[in-house]
Design a protein around this ligand. Structure first.
Ligand code: ADP
Ligand code: MG
Length: 436
């Protein structure tokens, strides 16, 4: 099973192999326990031949394969119980909209004016003019913020509306879990009864075939009943080609707006706004210095402000531009747009984590190697112009979905852990320095 898992990739393994457990090995037949027929049929159809070969190779004997369908009784409803209708209350609870991400807190600039204006008019009258609505743009430019803002405003203006915010990964997980628990009906009842579905980072549906198909059907069902669909992505629909053409065309039916990196005035306004929210007063020359040095994304701008605030609360003296230059030197160095190569990234990351470059490019899955590999893949995504396919190739011939997965994972870690963000910033600075 482990060998097969490595061959078919995490996504497929999670869907097909995780629910299967070895049950018995008797009379030369290995029996796998699976939750329902969907899985025994699926595994047979896809992997039976390969499994038999792997059994032979690993045991030196001919071993047959059989299945035993065994429901997890705690999860299955007695047959007399009807499938529950998704209850509005529990759906809303799942939505976890971030109350801080509002239109009021979103600074308008040339880079986001259209995206934001459209968002506001959708919040007022969902499902009418701009449907579906696609917001795309680079990392840390405010896509997630805008989506939450739409959700929050819609809740306020239409308290009865069933609004759900989710990421494409959560959607896929939810879908897979529902398959495993025989709960596909309530999954569909939940997603298809919404008034507004917001799906963040749709690009992570790439390479998740079944989830993508399910999303396509969810999309059609909502769209046909004139419900609002909003998706975000790191690229325009045209560049989503690994996704199916029919889904891409659906997305292009609607309204597409991009968010670009903010210009200097917008960066200044964002810094002022964030400082005011934090109750932190920053001298004008320091604001100007930070805004002119940190250019590529709003998340680094925020990170810079947090570091300055920490410094000030420690020293208690007013901040100067020299302090700021010193405190932010890593971020600033990492922000100067010149290109770097994947080899440099691999070399610097390997050095930092005391592993070998060949391990980073290899296939070993132990945590001590997987983490630096994912970090290096993430940095290759954000610091080079390479596509995820090219990056996979530069990492010993890995699939682009592995690269996207690494990127997502590290982004999450950065969001959760300020010390990790610090480490990433420092690595970026080291990589820049190594390229010089
Ligand atoms: P994305 O989803 O595009 O990667 P996010 O929405 O997570 O980016 O934005 C990153 C951070 O930057 C968030 O904390 C968000 O509040 C902030 N941000 C982005 N754009 C703006 C803006 N125009 N005004 C205020 N804050 C912004
Ligand atoms: Mg986001």
């Amino acid at each position: 099973m482990e060998s097969l898992r490595a061959e078919i990739g995490e996504e497929n393994a999670d869907l097909w192999l995780r629910p299967a457990e070895p049950f018995s090995l008797e009379g030369g037949v290995l029996t796998l326990k699976v939750p329902n027929k969907f899985f025994s049929d699926g595994i047979k159809e896809r992997y039976q031949k390969r499994l038999l070969t792997l059994f032979r190779e690993s045991s030196g004997a001919e071993i047959g394969l059989d299945f035993r369908v065994e429901r997890d009784l705690t999860r299955v409803l007695p047959p007399s119980d009807p499938v529950p209708e998704a209850s509005p209350q529990s759906d809303f609870a799942l939505s976890d909209l971030n109350p801080r991400y509002t239109f009021e807190n979103f600074v308008i600039g040339e880079s986001n004016r259209l995206a934001r204006a459209t968002a506001e008019s959708i919040a007022k009258s969902p499902g009418t003019q701009y449907n579906p609505y696609v917001i795309y743009g680079g990392v840390g430019l405010g896509k997630t913020h805008l989506m939450h803002a739409i959700g929050n405003a819609m809740r306020r203006q239409h308290p009865k509306a069933r609004v759900l915010y989710t990421t494409s990964e959560q959607f896929a997980n939810d879908f897979i879990t529902s398959l495993q628990n025989n709960a596909i009906d309530s999954f569909r009842a939940k997603y298809r009864s919404l008034d507004c579905l917001l799906i963040d980072d749709i690009q992570f549906l790439i390479a998740k075939e079944r989830s993508e198909q399910e999303f396509f059907h969810t999309f059609n069902s909502l769209f046909d009943s004139r419900k609002q669909i909003i998706v975000s992505s790191d690229r325009s629909p045209k560049e989503m080609t690994p996704l199916e053409q029919r889904l891409i065309s659906r997305l292009e039916w609607g309204f597409v707006a991009d968010i670009k990196a903010p210009d200097l005035e917008t960066r200044i306004a964002i810094l002022r706004k964030k400082a005011a929210i934090e109750g932190f007063s920053v001298p004008d020359d320091v604001v100007l210095f930070v805004a002119s040095s940190v250019k590529t994304n709003v998340r680094s701008l925020e990170g810079s402000l947090i570091r300055l605030k920490a410094f000030q609360s420690m020293t208690g003296t007013p901040l100067t531009v020299d302090d700021a230059r010193d405190i932010l030197k890593d971020t600033i160095m990492a922000d100067d747009g010149s290109p770097v190569r994947a080899e440099t990234i691999q070399r610097v990351v390997a050095l930092k984590y005391s592993v070998e470059v060949k391990d980073i490019k290899g296939h070993q899955r132990t945590a001590s190697i997987a983490l630096p590999r994912q970090v290096a893949m993430y940095l290759s995504c954000v610091m080079t112009e390479m596509s995820s396919t090219d990056i996979g190739r530069a990492f010993g011939g890995k699939d682009h979905s592995t690269v996207l997965h690494a990127r997502k994972k590290i982004e999450k870690k950065i969001e959760d852990d300020p010390f990790f963000l610090e480490l990433i910033n420092r690595l970026q600075a080291d990589i820049k320095a190594a390229e010089r």
